[in-house]
Each structure stands twice: as C-alpha cells, then as structure tokens.
Design a binder for this molecule. Structure first.
Ligand SMILES: *[C@@H]1O[C@H](CO)[C@@H](O)[C@H](O)[C@H]1NC(C)=O
Ligand SMILES: *[C@@H]1O[C@H](CO)[C@@H](O)[C@H](O)[C@H]1NC(C)=O
Ligand SMILES: *[C@@H]1O[C@H](CO)[C@@H](O)[C@H](O)[C@H]1NC(C)=O
Ligand SMILES: *[C@@H]1O[C@H](CO)[C@@H](O)[C@H](O)[C@H]1NC(C)=O
Ligand SMILES: [Zn+2]
Length: 740
C-alpha cells in the first residue's frame, strides 16, 4: 500500500479520463526566469540574476499582497496565480507540481529524442517513437481489430448467433484484460505484499476501478451531463466500429445507433457501482474488512451465493499465472479485499446476459485505446473530455508518450535523467533535511502526552526503522546491478503491440514473485516522478529526484522555502506511518495492533475533530455547493498539519546549525519564518476547471488545494505566531484540531 503527496496519476493509457491528467502546457522556465513580452519588468529582470532575486520574483508573481494574510492565506499567496494561469489558456488544472513536471517532461523528451542511440535507451526510444505516430500507423488499427475479433467483435449484436457467443469464455476475456493490459473490468486480481508478513507476497482479489466516479453512476440525475457524455462516447464508438471497422452490418445513419449498447453498458456499470464500497468508508475500516482465506475456502463461500452462476476461482488464477513458474493450488492463500463485493458480483453476473458482460469488458479495453488508434476515435474521446474535465485543448501527444515511456522504462530513463540533469550534491542536502525532520518527529514523540509509554516506544521504534529513499537508488553507481534493473526488450513499430509486450512481461514478472522474499530495503519507485510516497508495507518513505527541483527545491535557495515545500512533503509522508491506516502497521510493515486500546480511542477522538472541520468546507462547483468529504480526506489532512509542524521544527534546527537566513530582496516585509509558510501555501496555487474540481472532490483522498492551505494553517499555532494573526481571525480560529 502506497500513499502519496499528490494524487497519484494512474498509468495514462488505462483510461481516457486519467489520460487528461498527463498533459500540461505551460513553460515553467519561461515563467520563472521569464524574459517574455511587453512590460517594463524586462529591465529589472535582466539584473535579476541571483537566486535570491529570482526566488522573490517567482513568489511575487503569485502573491496578492493587498490581501490580509490572516484573512485568507490562500488568496494572499496564490491570488495572482489564478489570474495568471487561467485554465482556459492552459489546461484542465494547473498546479505548481505540474510546472515541475513540465520541466522534467522537457528533459526526458530531450533524452528520448537524442540521436546518439545506446543500449540503455534504444528500446525506450523505439517505444517512444511508436507512441508518437500511433494514430497514423495502420498497424495499430489492425492490431486492435485482431484483438476485438477474438472476443466476437464489438459491440456484439442482440441478433448475433448464439454459437459464436457460446464459444466465448468470459473468464478468458477477463484474464486476458488483466494479464496482458492491466485494464480494470469487473475484478482486480493479482498479487501484493502480504501485510500479515511483509516478507512474503500473497494473491489478492478486490474491486475494479470504474470509468466515472462511483457517485455519478449512483446519482445519474444529479450528474446527468457527465453520464450523457459517457453514453455518447460509447454510442459514438459503436457507430465507428460498425461503420468504419466493419464489425457488423453497416448501420444506417440513424443518429440513435449505438444508444442501446450504451444503455446496456451503463446499466451494467451502474450495478457494479452500487455494489462497490463508497468513498465514505474509512481506510482503516476497509483494511479491517480484508480477509485471508484459501482459494478452496473462497470457492465454498462464494458457491453458496448462486446456483446459477459458477466461477471456478482456481481455474481463474491458473490462467492468470500461466507463463510463470508458479503453480497455484487450491490451498494457496488469498487476500480477499471485499468479500461482499465478490458475492454481490456473482448475483449481478447471474442476471447479466453473457453478451453484455463480454461487450462491457471489450469496451473497457477500447476506451483505454481510443486516443491511440485513429483520428476519429480520438476526437470522440476529446469530445467526452470537454464535458467531463472541462478541457478544450488538444492533446499534446509527446507528453503522453514521454510519461508512458518513463512508466514502462523507469530505470532506463531515470538513469539517464539523473546523469544528465540531476546535481548529485542535491542528494546530500536533501538527506540532511530528512534527518532534521526525523529528529523533529523523534523529539515530539518523546514528549507526546496523550500516548501511553508502551505505544510511544513502539512508535519510536517504527520511526527509527523507517527506510528512506532519497533522489535515486545507490545502485545507479553499480553497473552490474544496474544492468539487471534495466529493461532490455525488442520493441516493434506498433504502439499497441509494444504496450501488450511490456504490460504482459511486467505482469508476469510481478506474478512470478509469489513465492519469493520481499526485500524492504529495495528501491521500488521510479526516480523522475514529482511526488513523495509512503510505502506502508516496507515502512519506507520515498523522495524521488523529480521532487528535488524548482520550484520545490534548490540547494542554493533560501532553505526556508525548501523546508516549507519539500520538507513539508517529507513530514507529510512520515506522518502517514501514524495515521488512521498507518497505525495498523508495525515497524516491519506487518499489520499488527501495536496501539493500546486507550491510546487508540484518544487518537480516534482527536481525528474526529479533523473530520468535522473539513466537512464544514464547501466549494461552489457548477452551480452547486459541494462539500469536502472530511472522512475520505482525513488521513491526508492530518498528514498535512503533522508534516507542516515537524518541517517547521526541522527548519529551526537548520537555522540553529547554519545560522539565520537573510530576507529576500523585493520581499523585505517577510521574515524567513514567514517565507516558510508562503512556500507551503504556494505548493497549492492551482486553477482548475469546475468539472475537474468536481471529479477531485468526489474521488480524491486529498482535499482541494485551497482547502489544504486554509485547513492546515488554521490549525497551526506556529503560523498564527509568525504572522501575528489575532485570535478569532479566519486564519487563527480559537478551536484548533491537533494530534501530533
Ligand atoms: C488583490 O486583493 C485585493 C483585496 O482582496 C482585491 O481587491 C484585488 O482585486 C486583488 N487583486 C487581484 C489582481 O486579484
Ligand atoms: C514471514 O515469512 C518469512 C518468509 O516466508 C518466514 O521466514 C518468517 O518466519 C515469517 N514470519 C512470521 C512471523 O511468520
Ligand atoms: C531481439 O531480437 C533479436 C533478433 O531477433 C534476438 O537475437 C534477441 O535475442 C532479441 N532480444 C531480446 C531481449 O528478446
Ligand atoms: C459553505 O461554506 C460557507 C462558508 O464557509 C458556509 O457559510 C455555508 O453554510 C456552507 N454551506 C453548506 C451547504 O455547507
Ligand atoms: Zn499523503
């Protein structure tokens, strides 16, 4: 289980919706060190050559200093940002981190387009090229057709001969999607680290992701616009598949063609939505619902649900592991993530015609590929995105391709990136920062009044055993080891074929681990992502090199900002080890109740304060007041305030060791301590379309940026003190929530 600082961007191709998150369109360099256009700033900029000056200029571009920081610190820090980064001019949403991401994207593009081919990069470069041209390459269409034909064409018509249908095995279709493409359909099966004993792996089964947020299927009236757009996407695809790709009798140009298929699919997906857990459920409750049983026991349990529909689970896992050395037996243990979902699924499948089930699974595949095959299919996806995310911009293909390439070739690309663009001494500076933050946690834990001595000692143990992975793995300096980690495969000209080759081999590799040891001290994340992570099962925090660059970090910049931004991220990730789900795992990452009952109850009471606080926030979205979900965002909100206060203590340690820092030129009114908080808030300067904001409010475990700033700082005594906010002012309310 991994938690992250920013919403995790799931593999781009896995769905049209997430794909839109992979693009960006603003030039960070131009923005920060800009010499652009008109204004008389040009003269000043030419003289703004020092890091201090550029830093101040960067902050000033976002801040609205007419706003009282004690009234609304988000407006104070980000007021001009929103004006400057209108989403219409850029894309669906724009955050600071996307700027950092953009810089990396440009760097990676340069690497992937480098003409000096070498063995490390060659396969990645071939893949990248196949991606750039995919829409104009007929091979991809042919490949898609051959796959869809295996499953009876799409959509399979009601009049279709039952012979053809009878010969199709839904289980094979399911396993194929799961194994060769990792495309979510009706289940989620695979292996993960066994959290009962994190030295091992274990089979898992759980619920799949759906195409739209669950609430949209459950409240179709309220989300009519989105559901209608989704319906048009399905119907439009059906029309094209029949008309252009010859999957059925050429339809007459009836504008309603495809509607019935769309209805069938949405109706089926709505049934899945209804049996899925809602976002209301706490993470810890979800974990408690998990059960470990043998495949045999699972079979017995589920068999009792239906006399009509039978699933042979051993056969399913056998198919999944075919191609590995692992032989799955019925005594194999399996982590069942939500047995009620499985039971309900069986009842749904019992009443679902096979034709619709297969159509749905093929649709899941198609929708993931729409933007890669043909111009007309891509346009359909684009039309959907306009409604769904509010995005009106054209896809920047190379950005999609860069992120796909780096996700499939993480170390080939990451190794080149670090060598070419990453300053190694930055790693040392960042390591000192992490050390200061860990010390801050240690001191605070030692003095934490509400925790009993036994629990506190275990917490200290957990903190002390926590692994840290900073910037990039040490084995980047070990050529032999590195060679094993690089992906060396033969890539073709067909993007789709390449995707299948890569996804299949990476799945088989992962599945082969079932009976092996899990090594906690192994670096597992990529190195270029702009994010921080907590890996609960390894008891590790990860700070990739992507996070250690402007605007978040620079070794020569005023450290108050580095601590307020990256220090906060580190503090936040450490805090996850002790939040409502992290507390269930011990220093080895094993699930164990190491808190005493009393301490746990005190914790839950304190946590409830945050739930209430954030439940009271709401934003006006598309004309409706939409509330923040305090329950769903609880862990992230607690990690923000915990991370902030410990990063602040760590900064004070830095000052104690290295001396006080100077103010920035151009911002004389702000002390370094105040800059720390400006840095913190500026991470979340964001502008999004309302459609995207809505989707985030419904699905993201993180609160929206504005709320992350207002909620966190109004709980911070240090903030109120630094800005001398009067008690009772909006940013310094009398009642505060506090745990750590
Ligand atoms: C800055 O804040 C002030 C006070 O709230 C407001 O009147 C003004 O419009 C803001 N400036 C911009 C450019 O948004
Ligand atoms: C955890 O798994 C490892 C590897 O299978 C085993 O050696 C060890 O004894 C297990 N630990 C516990 C506490 O069961
Ligand atoms: C790639 O293809 C060549 C020629 O077909 C073959 O010799 C080589 O073993 C292949 N490499 C891999 C990693 O499959
Ligand atoms: C939304 O928030 C505002 C200001 O915080 C508050 O006055 C209002 O009552 C809230 N509305 C709802 C529906 O919670
Ligand atoms: Zn987090």
């Amino acid at each position: 289980m991994k938690t992250s600082f920013f919403s995790i961007i799931i593999l781009c191709y896995s769905c049209v919706v997430q794909r839109s998150h992979c693009r960006s369109a603003n030039d960070f360099l131009k923005d920060v060190f800009s010499l652009d256009d008109d204004d008389n700033r040009l003269k000043d900029e030419l003289s703004c050559s020092t890091m201090e000056c550029q830093t101040a200029e960067y902050l000033l571009k976002s801040m609205n200093r007419s706003v009282d920081p004690c009234e609304d610190f988000y407006e104070y820090t980000c007021g001009l940002w929103v004006k400057d980064h209108q989403v219409q001019a850029t894309k669906v949403s724009w955050y600071q981190y996307k700027e950092a991401e953009k810089t990396i994207m440009n760097n990676l593009k340069e690497i992937l387009e480098d003409e000096n081919v070498d063995d490390v990069l060659a396969p990645a470069q071939t893949f990248y090229k196949s991606c750039l041209n995919s829409v104009n390459n007929e091979m991809n269409l042919e490949y898609l057709k051959s796959i869809i034909s295996l499953f009876g064409g799409w959509p399979i018509d009601t009049k279709e001969h039952s012979d053809k249908l009878r010969s199709l095995d839904w289980m094979k279709v399911y396993v194929y999607m799961e194994k060769n493409w990792k495309i979510p359909t009706i289940l989620d099966t695979g292996i993960s680290i066994n959290y009962m004993n994190t030295s091992q792996y274990i089979l898992t089964i759980g619920q799949p992701e759906l195409m739209l947020p669950r609430s949209m299927f459950v409240n179709p009236e309220r989300y009519k616009t989105q559901v209608n757009a989704y319906s048009e996407l399905i119907a439009g695809t059906a029309f094209l598949m029949y008309k252009e790709l010859g999957f059925g009798p050429s339809p007459n140009r009836n504008i309603n063609f495809g509607d019935e298929y769309a209805d069938e699919i949405i109706q089926f997906e709505t049934q899945l939505a209804k049996i899925k857990n809602s976002g209301e459920m706490k993470r810890s409750e979800k974990i408690l619902k998990n059960r470990v049983m043998t495949i045999d026991e699972l079979q017995t349990d589920i068999d009792s649900m239906s006399n009509v529909f039978h699933v042979d689970w051993l056969k399913m896992f056998g198919l999944l592991f075919k191609g590995t050395d692992v032989i799955v037996k019925k005594t194999e243990r399996i982590l069942v993530k939500d047995e009620n979902y499985l039971k309900s699924l069986l009842r749904v499948l019992e009443i679902t015609p096979k034709r619709i089930l297969i159509n749905y699974m093929s649709w899941c595949f198609l929708r993931s590929m729409l933007s890669d095959i043909r111009e007309d299919l891509r346009n359909l996806a684009q039309d959907f995105n306009v409604v769904y995310t509010g995005d009106v911009k054209e896809v920047v293909r190379w950005m999609d391709c860069v992120s796909m390439t780096s996700s499939y070739f993480p170390y080939n690309v990451g190794y080149k990136y670090v060598n070419k663009y990453f300053d190694k001494s930055t790693k040392e500076m960042a390591t000192e920062m992490v050390k200061n933050i860990r010390e801050a946690y240690m001191e605070q834990l030692e003095n934490l009044g509400w925790m009993d001595t036994v629990t506190r000692q275990s917490a200290i143990d957990k903190l002390q055993s926590m692994h840290e992975f900073i910037a990039y793995p040490d084995w980047f300096h070990d050529p032999l080891y590195l060679q094993n980690k690089l992906k060396i495969v033969n890539m073709t000209d067909s993007y789709l074929m390449n995707l299948e080759i890569l996804q299949t081999s990476s799945n088989l590799k992962k599945l082969s681990k079932l009976n092996t040891f899990h090594n906690h001290a192994e670096w597992t994340m990529d190195v270029v992502s702009v994010n921080g992570y907590n890996d609960v099962y390894s008891n590790a925090i990860v700070l990739p090199s992507g996070m250690l660059q402007l605007p978040f970090y620079h070794k020569n910049r005023i450290q108050a900002l580095n601590y307020g931004m990256v220090g906060l991220v580190v503090g936040h990730e450490i805090m996850h080890a002790f939040d409502d789900s992290g507390r269930m795992f011990d220093k080895q990452g094993n699930r164990r109740q190491w808190w005493t009952r009393e301490t746990m109850e005190t914790f839950l009471k304190k946590a409830e304060c945050f739930v209430q606080q954030y439940n009271n926030y709401n934003l006006t979205v598309l004309g409706n007041q939409v509330k923040v979900n305090g329950q769903m965002t609880q862990n992230e909100n607690i990690a923000d305030i915990g991370g902030l206060s410990h990063a602040y203590i760590a900064y004070q340690k830095y000052v104690k060791n290295h001396g006080a820092e100077n103010r920035l030129p151009g911002l004389p009114e702000l002390s370094p301590e105040q800059l720390f908080f400006v840095g913190f808030a500026s991470i979340w300067c964001e502008s999004t379309t309302e459609q995207t904001l809505l989707n985030d409010l419904l699905t993201d475990v993180h609160s929206p940026g504005r709320i992350r700033v207002l909620g966190t700082l109004s709980n911070s005594v240090e903030f109120a003190k630094a800005f001398q906010c009067p008690v009772g002012s909006p940013m310094n309310p009398e009642d505060k929530c506090k745990i750590w």
